[in-house]
Design a protein around this ligand. Structure first.
Ligand SMILES: *Cc1c(COP(=O)(O)O)cnc(C)c1O
Length: 401
């Protein structure tokens, strides 16, 4: 699954470039830094890889979502629709922006269900965040069509699907903005880090200002005299992270290719079994091969299958019980517990409405996830391990199906 498995010499070389100058800050120090701008170079190469015009590096994937929402001017009183199956950061970023997260169902893609998305739109809805979960695309074209019809902005949370695409167009470049994470578990890592991409010059400028206390980054004046048109915050990536990011990015094509090879035998084994249905990939969709996801006929069988595999020492996830990726298991969100004592943002005058959450609100998501088993794919799965996985998957299928 992750780039951390391949941290090595290239990362050291890029980090040494930075340490030799001693300049860890991404801006300023033109004489001391000897032409080394790792974060800037990482942004440029990342934009190139995804096919976006602009990229803004930030401190995390969570920050990337917050920065994108802020660039789009989304805040108190606004509703943002996203799926109930995602990493909790998607919800947290909406709340941090002062807006209200509205959960929608997933479908057999394990991503946002366009039909339910349309049902959840209200006069307060300003944006949609489809999340490309577990390496595979959402029905992005349909989601965009609905969003355009209702004049909604689209931020693609692509934290888990760097390199995936639809019809040759990479995920993250379909919506108004795309966000990525480089935390330690993602396809490439900078320890912590994130990226916002867009093709819109003004949105990029706003993102870059918001992520750096409002600095306009005017190349003709020094930092102290830089102009500002609104208040921001600090989400700056530093040069050490940029250095690791550049090294990791140079390996990304190889990482994806190795993962594709690693998952092939596993996917073929599962596909050929009656009673197992693979996760749906939208037409012309291309996976980034971080996970193999499949459905069993019942919740009992799915849980038994996952337990059987896990008991043999093979990583397998039953997301219905996962504490961090499914709204049903977020008791603090269900109770609307934020760091603020008041009802904001779920109620009160700014919102002018009242949002509540419950375990019953996404029955379709629950019905899908209770039958879902997920196998994470790792770079270091060698021939022996893969063959053993196939044997155990077949044994589990014999016993349970
Ligand atoms: C990892 C992740 C994030 C948050 O990224 P961090 O860098 O850990 O803050 C956001 N959304 C999804 C779907 C993620 O998987």
């Amino acid at each position: 699954m992750p780039g951390y498995e391949w941290i090595g010499e290239t990362e050291k070389e890029h980090i040494n470039d930075v340490l030799e100058t001693g300049i860890l800050f991404r801006y300023e120090f033109p004489n001391e830094r000897k032409g080394i701008y790792k974060v800037k170079e990482f942004e440029d190469k990342f934009a190139q890889f995804t096919g976006a015009v602009y990229a803004q590096a930030v401190t995390s994937g969570s920050a990337a979502l917050k920065v994108a929402l802020s660039a789009l001017g989304i805040g108190p009183g606004d509703e943002v629709i996203t799926q109930g199956f995602t990493f909790i950061a998607t919800f947290e970023a909406i709340i941090e922006a002062g807006a209200v997260p509205v959960p929608a169902e997933i479908d057999q893609t394990l991503n946002l269900d366009p039909i339910d998305l349309e049902k959840k739109i209200t006069p307060r809805t300003k944006a949609v965040i489809p999340v490309h979960m577990l390496g595979s695309p959402a029905r992005i074209q349909e989601i965009l069509d609905i969003s355009r019809k209702h004049n909604l902005k689209v931020i693609e949370d692509t934290a888990q699907a760097l390199g995936a695409g639809v019809g040759g167009k990479r995920l993250g470049t379909w919506g108004d903005m795309g966000t990525f994470s480089f935390d330690f578990y993602k396809t490439i890592t900078t320890g912590e880090g994130g990226m916002v991409i867009t093709n819109d010059r003004e949105l990029y400028q706003r993102a870059s200002e918001y992520a750096d206390h409002g600095h306009e980054h005017n190349p003709n004046v020094g930092r102290a005299l830089d102009g500002r048109s609104f208040l921001g915050f600090n989400y700056r990536m530093n040069e050490l992270q940029g250095a690791v990011g550049l090294a990791q990015l140079s390996k990304l094509e190889d990482i994806i290719q190795r993962q594709q090879q690693n998952q092939e035998l596993i996917r073929e084994t599962l596909e050929s079994r009656d009673g197992i249905v693979m996760r749906e990939i939208p037409e012309k969709g291309k996976d980034s091969y971080t996970h193999v996801c499949f459905f069993l006929p019942t919740a009992e069988k799915a849980q038994a299958f996952q337990q059987h595999i896990a008991s043999k020492g093979i990583a397998a996830i039953y997301f219905k019980n996962n504490l961090w990726h499914l709204i049903h298991n977020w008791e603090h969100l269900l109770e609307r517990k934020t760091a603020w004592p008041g009802p904001h943002p779920f109620g009160g005058a700014l919102y002018g409405s009242e949002m509540t959450y419950s375990k019953e609100m996404l029955p379709q998501t629950m019905a899908i996830l209770e039958k879902t088993v997920v196998l994470p794919i790792f770079l270091q799965m060698d021939e022996d391990h893969l063959r053993r996985m196939v044997v155990e998957l077949q044994a589990a299928a014999e016993e349970i199906l």
